[in-house]
Write a protein that binds this ligand. Structure first.
Ligand SMILES: Cc1cc2nc3c(=O)[nH]c(=O)nc-3n(C[C@H](O)[C@H](O)[C@H](O)COP(=O)(O)OP(=O)(O)OC[C@H]3O[C@@H](n4cnc5c(N)ncnc54)[C@H](O)[C@@H]3O)c2cc1C
Length: 484
């Protein structure tokens, strides 16, 4: 293990000044659309639902959760009539907007998992590893090409006070069997050349990078090929019991089904009670143009890891297969009432800050422009990991709350949700993590106040040597949190 270089505390690298005109100009002409979706081949939408139909299983939401569930249901029983209702286009939610960090963890990382499900962690890690391997196998089996790369993830420290946290993270990761490599400042910069780094931890196993849009679209194609009926542009407006079945109404049609899976993530839930557990938090991202050969050399990044920094408010960034850099995170924006929709896909203040922080991270790339900018809603829950529940007498099951780490965990969530719907007891359905729900958020207007206060305290902790004040320590003790 290379020795860690402890340095005198230095101030956070992020400028305290407003973003400059050059920072703003860099994204001014960017296409306001997720790069991952904008670069998929054009295709006709699946027809919206019209008229009345029935199905054995109806899935609401055509993101990763809904599509993995549809595929799994068909794989288990090809004769089962499975129908997906998607409000817009499949993959247009978080599944087509994320960073593409595919991680084995089902619990939003080891530390979060241990703080909530300590006695189940060995099991949860094993199930996470099986899911991670199974996902890769499914990609091969279904011929899904989503630029899968096992590059690992590099956690980078930007301040000396974060170095002991990296050491702790390394010990924990090793204890649970992840291969990690601790790097001093120079070794970290040899991996990715940023003057902001004072140390790093390279998680070499248990993670991969993917093209999120190609993953979502590949799942859609595979589900369609398997015989799943898919209707896009078909938002479910109403849901109620009709005898032993549920009746789902869209603008143009009606579906009757004995079993329904709700996989609607951060969007307004059709089961009112679920709203207590989910806070839709917006995360924003910029994508650069492809780097020139000279710019690539200046950045290094030969091992192409996903990178995230260690702040309470953190950035995530990564290279793409065609030589760009995605740069996202930092702000996590909750709006009063949990407002979600296309009108929230842009946030100039967040883009400006991201641009400024990008050029602070990579000053050698000054002059590079961003080709795409976008935002997406994260289904944050207070324990940062998927939870499940039943409604309408068990006819409906939901799997929600992945909180920013769902690229891999959605495959697990989809399968558990199916088992719950079908009444199958499995190892996973016995887990506390599956049986228990997170603590609810308070209702508005308290909810906005609490979330805003927590955000302010997190930012203050980052400015204040990372020290968590009374508010954050109180939340920690209650097992309540707010993250993206
Ligand atoms: C900006 C961003 C970055 C992220 N980065 C990462 C990352 O790097 N790694 C990681 O692991 N996770 C990341 N995540 C989280 C990850 O993307 C999600 O956990 C995952 O995509 C959730 O999938 P889902 O299918 O549950 O939800 P979604 O993909 O959001 O799908 C829900 C679908 O339901 C549909 N819907 C909603 N209401 C209705 C209705 N009434 N009727 C019909 N359809 C409806 C929506 O249109 C949507 O398509 C990120 C998320 C965001 C937003």
């Amino acid at each position: 293990m290379p020795p860690l270089l402890y340095r005198e505390p230095m101030p956070s690298p992020w400028p305290q000044s407003d973003p400059s005109p050059a920072d703003r100009a860099a994204y001014a002409d960017a296409e306001p659309r997720p790069f991952w979706l904008a670069t998929l081949p054009e295709r006709a939408a699946h027809d919206p639902l019209t008229g009345a139909t029935d199905a054995d299983l109806c899935i609401i939401g055509g993101g990763y959760t809904g599509l993995w569930a549809a595929l799994a249901a068909k794989a288990e029983n090809p004769g089962r009539d499975v129908l997906v209702l998607e409000a817009t286009r499949c993959g247009n939610g978080a599944s087509g907007r994320n960073g593409g960090f595919l991680e084995a963890s089902l619990t939003h990382g080891l530390a979060n998992g241990l703080s909530r499900f300590a006695d189940e962690m060995d099991q949860l890690e094993r199930l996470g590893a099986e899911n991670f391997e199974g996902l890769r196998g499914d990609l091969t089996a279904h011929g899904i090409d989503c630029d899968y790369e096992t590059t690992g993830v590099l956690s980078v420290a930007l301040e000396s006070r974060e170095l002991p946290d990296l050491t702790e993270e390394a010990e924990l990761a090793r204890r649970f069997g992840t291969e990690v490599e601790l790097l001093d400042a120079d070794a970290t910069r040899e991996q990715v050349n940023s003057p902001t780094y004072v140390g790093g931890l390279w998680h070499r196993t248990g993670s991969a990078l993917v093209h999120p849009g190609r993953l979502a679209d590949g799942l859609r194609v595979a589900a369609h090929k398997a015989g799943v009926r898919i209707h896009e542009l078909s938002p479910v407006r109403d849901l109620h019991t009709e005898g032993a079945t549920l009746r789902l109404t869209t603008e143009g049609g009606v579906v009757t089904a004995p079993k329904v899976l709700m996989a609607t993530s951060a969007y307004p839930p059709l089961v009112g009670a679920v709203g207590r557990y989910i806070a839709p938090v917006y995360d924003y991202a910029l994508m650069t143009e492809p780097l020139s050969a000279q710019q690539q050399r200046e950045v290094g990044w030969a091992n192409r890891q996903g990178v995230s920094d260690m702040g309470n408010q953190f950035h995530y960034y990564r290279p793409t297969a065609d030589g760009r850099i995605l740069y996202g995170g930092y702000d996590a924006v909750y709006r009063y009432g949990g407002d979600v929709g296309p009108h929230r896909d842009e946030d100039d203040a967040s883009f400006a800050k991201l641009s400024q922080h990008f050029f602070t991270t990579f000053p050698q790339l000054e002059g590079l422009r961003f080709s795409h900018r976008w935002g997406g809603a994260i289904d944050t829950c207070s324990r940062f990991s998927v939870f499940f529940g039943r409604a309408f007498g068990g006819r409906l099951v939901y799997a929600l709350g992945y909180t920013g780490l769902g690229v891999g965990a959605t495959r697990f969530g989809a399968r558990v949700a199916l088992d719950l719907l079908d009444g199958r007891a499995t190892e996973a359905t016995q887990l506390k993590m599956v049986r228990r729900r997170p603590l609810p958020f308070p209702p508005e207007p308290l909810r906005s106040g609490v979330i805003q206060l927590t955000r302010n305290r997190l930012a203050a902790a980052d400015r204040n040597d990372g020290r968590r004040g009374l508010w954050l320590r109180t939340l920690d003790r209650l097992g309540l949190g707010f993250d993206s």
